[in-house]
Write a protein that binds this ligand. Structure first.
Ligand SMILES: Cc1ncc(COP(=O)(O)O)c(C=O)c1O
Length: 378
């Protein structure tokens, strides 16, 4: 393992293979909470202390995503980030958005609200649970404004090649909105390839709810405008003398109308102090080793007789931290695994698939225990 299980709360309760749903929290988040309480009590100075931590966290995220800190801000959820794009672009009747059939709900639902503006949603269908770049390209036409894809699928575990995906989308003149929730924190993400990147922080980033990363590529998508404004969107304003004189921040903070969830930003800051020193490539290799072993072990079992089939591809470049298994008996099987202390993600969401996730606190013993539990399923 890359981070000792003892650094986390709750990891002594079983084999935690659920980072793709909810990751456990670092014990030291308690210190981050204490720090926030301390800073918040400093009267007016509190705002500067809090702003400093927010800026430091933007810089950590920028380093993780290989982009500039000014292109990053924090929204309340990945879902909010996607809605910012849906409401921040100028849509015309006949425009369309391209998504995948295996996309997470928040990558699908926001675009349906654009129907009244005459915007169509085109759906790329998976083949054998894989989405191909050729099929994505075939769905893009001259009226495609946005292609939304998950970098790593929450449903199938497939990882799309980001650079090639971005080239495919840009070649056709569309913008790439990337949901990197299942990628950031476990595999390297060079966000600059995309036009917008969103990521939740409570899974692979080891932080918590209330803060998601929003990356805006100002150079490639300058036409994205903040759909809602507040005091915090402005770098300067005319005040009572000239209330309508507003100068927006010229960076991603213009998408932040009010105070974000500073407490969860402090927690993200602490999580990144643990993740960043490990190095993106080391974390990726660790996850690939574990998910590779899991894939191999599961392939050797007679899954069909249990009504199970592997969805995630074997090739390392096509997966990340999730191995997904289709099953019509998800509830029953996850209950059997839970009885053996193996925590996978299945029941919640009603998707008929089990997701087994390996992250920095997992090791080969965890994978062996999981494979043994699968071998003993009834
Ligand atoms: C691909 C993907 N995006 C986003 C989310 C969560 O988004 P939010 O931060 O809006 O809760 C999930 C949660 O499962 C997800 O799988």
């Amino acid at each position: 393992m890359l981070l000792n299980k003892k650094l986390f709360t709750g990891l002594d309760q079983g084999v935690h293979l659920s980072a793709g749903g909810e990751a456990p929290m670092l014990n030291s988040h308690r210190d981050a909470f204490e720090q926030f309480m301390h800073d918040k009590a400093q009267g007016e100075r509190a705002r500067q202390l809090i702003a400093d931590t927010m800026q430091a966290t933007r810089e950590q995220c920028a380093s993780l995503l290989s982009v500039s800190a000014s292109d990053i801000t924090f929204v309340s959820s990945a879902s909010e980030g996607i809605n910012i794009v849906a409401y921040g672009l100028d849509w015309q009747p006949g425009d369309n958005v391209v998504i995948a059939d295996v996309e997470f709900g928040s990558g699908v639902f926001p675009w349906t609200l654009l129907k009244e503006k005459g915007v169509d949603v085109k759906i790329v269908r998976h083949k054998n649970w894989q989405i191909s770049l050729d099929d994505i390209e075939a769905h893009i036409d001259e009226r495609t404004k946005v292609v939304l894809m998950s970098h790593v699928s929450m449903f199938t575990g497939q990882r799309l090649p980001l650079k090639e995906l971005a080239e495919t989308v840009h070649r056709k003149g569309a913008a790439l909105v990337l949901d990197a929730t299942h990628a950031v924190g476990v595999v390297p993400v060079d966000a600059y390839h995309a036009d917008v990147v969103v990521s939740s922080c409570y899974k692979w980033l080891l932080a918590t709810h209330g803060t998601a990363i929003f990356y805006w590529n100002r150079k490639t998508l300058p036409e994205l405008k903040p759909p809602f404004l507040g005091w915090n969107s402005a770098a300067a304003s005319g005040g009572w003398k000239d209330p309508l004189n507003i100068t927006l921040h010229n960076d991603a903070n213009q998408f932040l109308p009010g105070n974000p969830s500073y407490l969860s930003i402090y927690i993200l800051n602490n999580a990144l102090k643990h993740l960043l020193p490990l190095g993106r490539d080391v974390v990726e290799q660790h996850a690939l080793n574990l998910t590779g072993k899991l894939h191999e072990g599961l392939s050797q079992l007679d899954l069909n007789t249990l009504g199970l089939s592997l969805m995630t591809a074997e090739a390392a470049e096509s997966r990340a931290g999730n191995i997904c298994v289709m099953s019509e008996r998800v509830d029953e099987i996850s209950a059997q695994l839970r009885q053996r202390g193996i925590l996978v993600w299945g029941t919640y969401g009603g998707d008929s698939r089990l997701r087994i996730s390996a992250h920095v606190y997992n090791d080969h013993n965890d994978i062996n225990a999981c494979l043994e539990a699968f071998a003993n399923l009834q």
